[in-house]
Design a protein around this ligand. Structure first.
Ligand code: GDP
Ligand code: MG
Length: 237
């Protein structure tokens, strides 16, 4: 039942663009955020998952998206398009400010369920991406890896790049993060990634509907669906 509502996106609405954490929408809806270097394909993947071609702006110019963009799906959860890290162009001051906003969002947003960390599958491991993944691990941000643009190289090259990336990050994790591949050109990965969101939403609903087992539990006020801080090692993501 839940799978139907999640996979079938009946409404996808732009909520707002926020320059910092204080300007973000209320924390009532679970959020799934896209992050990665400028031009890696964040906005394209968001559009692919939402099933809308032009919901988030896709740009051939790196560094185009400088704000945190919120999109509400089926009125029950949000996709969040985060500014790309590592773009060279644009004012230095702006760049630093937005990096701080992203860092605050990733570390403090209580209703952030999961981050999709996007990596270009056509490239050998890049220091900037490795540094960022290490930062996610150190800050216990729940994330999965998504290797993008699989249509651009042969499957052998894609697999070699993914294997090399995983090898470089292996030492930082007790359990390696889950990884997925996608292509906004061929729609590859859409079902799998919506499945991840579906599973997370189902778990949140189950937690919200949990019948209190003791009077102490019953006395605990019902909190809005928020993520548990810290990695859950029973789950790969
Ligand atoms: N071939 C190919 N191009 C892609 C794919 N995803 C994005 N692009 C292109 O890469 C560029 C940057 O995409 P965009 O979604 O704006 O990246 P963002 O900066 O991370 O949001 C655009 O020219 C897209 O058309 C993909 O899966 N395959
Ligand atoms: Mg973008």
């Amino acid at each position: 039942m839940a799978a139907y509502f999640i996979v079938h996106i009946s409404s996808a609405i732009f909520d707002r663009s926020a320059p910092n954490l204080d300007s973000c929408p209320d924390e009532s809806l679970p959020e799934f955020a896209f992050i990665g270097r400028s031009n890696v394909g964040k906005s394209s993947l968001l559009n692919l998952l939402a099933g809308r071609e032009a919901l988030a702006r896709v740009s051939p110019t790196p560094g185009f998206t400088k704000l945190i963009n919120f999109f509400t799906m089926n009125k029950t959860w949000r996709l969040v398009d985060l500014p790309g890290y590592g773009f060279a162009e644009g004012a230095k001051k702006d760049s630093a400010r937005f990096n701080a906003a992203v860092s605050h969002f990733l570390k403090r947003r209580p209703n952030l369920c999961l981050v999709f960390a996007l990596i270009d599958s056509g490239l050998a491991p890049q220091e900037l991406d490795l540094t960022f993944v290490e930062w996610l691990a150190r800050n216990a941000v729940p994330f999965v890896l998504v290797f993008t643009k699989t249509d651009k190289e042969t499957p052998a090259v894609v697999q070699a790049n993914i294997a090399a990336f995983k090898e470089r990050i292996a030492a930082w994790f007790v359990q390696s993060p889950a990884s997925f591949t996608c292509s906004a050109t061929t729609d590859q990965g859409r079902t799998e990634l919506l499945g991840v969101i579906d599973e997370a939403m189902t778990a949140i609903q189950a937690e919200a509907n949990r019948i209190p087992e003791s009077p102490e539990d019953a006395a605990t006020p019902q909190l809005p669906p928020t993520r548990k801080r810290g990695p859950d090692l029973q789950r790969p993501w």
